[in-house]
Design a protein around this ligand. Structure first.
Ligand code: TIU
Length: 251
């Protein structure tokens, strides 16, 4: 069985059961004037991963494996937007309000669309989700079951919010999960690192793992010695540990 070098254990993959889930690579999270920016975030960190996510998507397409796209969005009448979500925090504008790219995070608005470079192909699955997790109030669970998908590779934004929420629920539902470290991003480096550290250090047997995108899109380890990747990832894990000790949330 083919293996992707990953932590905390190699990911034995069965291509016939595998799908890529690209979480929320929408203009609203990646462009000035969108939802992410309305929360005061620098969207540059999100745009930086677009080429990597594109490569990953193209790798799955070339291999004939399913690509599933998610979009965080709400109905125009806001009937699926609870006040607890709309009224949260102190953004410059709120979900449903008119912004420079249309109404924020509303289905069908220009800003809610997936980035042009990563646009779904006709026939690819697109999940519109009102929550952070992609299973809540969506048909994703049924779609995966109907297609016999058992392994999920995750990319997209943000690592600690929609990606992590979806991945944890996927794991609860019995899916083997692989997070692609170079194809996911947060507005905050510390949040991405903390999420990866949590998965690395707390993952149980057959739980979620992390892998660099190149080992997924290429033949695993085709031209790199295993020891080199191990050493690199060992360094990551240690770095996470050190960083977490200084992390303000822990104090
Ligand atoms: N897609 C996703 O993560 N939605 C968010 O609201 N993320 C934030 O980090 N706010």
């Amino acid at each position: 069985m083919a293996e992707i070098d990953a932590l905390p254990f190699p990911f034995a993959f069965r291509p016939e059961t595998m799908a890529l889930v690209v979480i929320d690579m929408q203009r609203d999270f990646a462009e000035p004037g969108g939802f992410g920016a309305s929360l005061g975030n620098d969207v540059g960190r999100v745009t930086a991963i677009v080429p990597t996510v594109k490569r990953l998507i193209e790798g799955f397409r070339a291999a004939g494996l399913p690509v599933i796209h998610t979009m965080e969005c709400h109905r125009p009448d806001l009937s699926d937007l609870p006040p607890a979500k709309r009224d949260r925090g102190n953004p410059s504008i709120r979900i449903g309000d008119m912004g420079p790219m249309g109404r924020l995070l509303i289905a069908g608005e220009p800003g809610t669309a997936i980035l042009d470079e990563l646009a779904p192909l006709p026939g690819e699955i697109v999940i519109e989700k009102p929550g952070k997790g992609a299973f809540y109030a969506t048909p994703l669970g049924e779609i995966l079951k109907a297609r016999g998908i058992e392994q999920l590779v995750f990319a997209g934004v943000t690592t600690e919010v929609c990606v992590q929420t979806t991945m944890r629920e996927a794991n609860d539902r019995g899916y083997e999960c692989l997070l692609c470290e170079e194809a996911t991003e947060s507005y905050f480096e510390e949040f991405k690192m903390a999420t990866i550290a949590m998965i690395l250090l707390a993952a149980g047997p057959r739980s979620s793992v992390i892998a660099p995108s190149r080992t997924i899109v290429r033949e695993p380890l085709a031209d790199r010695p295993r020891s080199e990747l191990r050493a690199r990832h060992g360094g990551w894990a240690l770095l996470h540990r050190r960083r977490l000790l200084d992390f303000p949330i822990s104090g």
